[in-house]
Design a protein around this ligand. Structure first.
Ligand SMILES: [Zn+2]
Length: 78
């Protein structure tokens, strides 16, 4: 099972398209059982869109407060 930390790393690499099929599969398995990561992923996608709209280019960094939020959310549910 992937950890939430690996999910964050996966999302950071997502735009580069470097994930192989087994990695994507593990990602989807984790997302299926970890609602905080689903929330995080949606927030991340939204921030990327906002970044593109505001700057005209992709926002490639996850704000540190988002990373903290996902870790905190995971700790609460476990
Ligand atoms: Zn998770």
């Amino acid at each position: 099972m992937m950890s939430c930390r690996e999910i964050v790393d996966f999302l950071l690499d997502y735009s580069s398209g470097e994930q192989d099929a087994p990695t994507r599969e593990r990602f989807e398995q984790h997302i299926a059982v970890c609602p905080p990561c689903v929330t995080f992923m949606k927030t991340y996608e939204q921030s990327v869109k906002l970044g593109k709209a505001a700057l005209g280019e992709p926002c490639e960094e996850i704000p540190p407060e988002l990373v903290k939020a996902i870790i905190a959310a995971r700790d609460k549910t476990s």
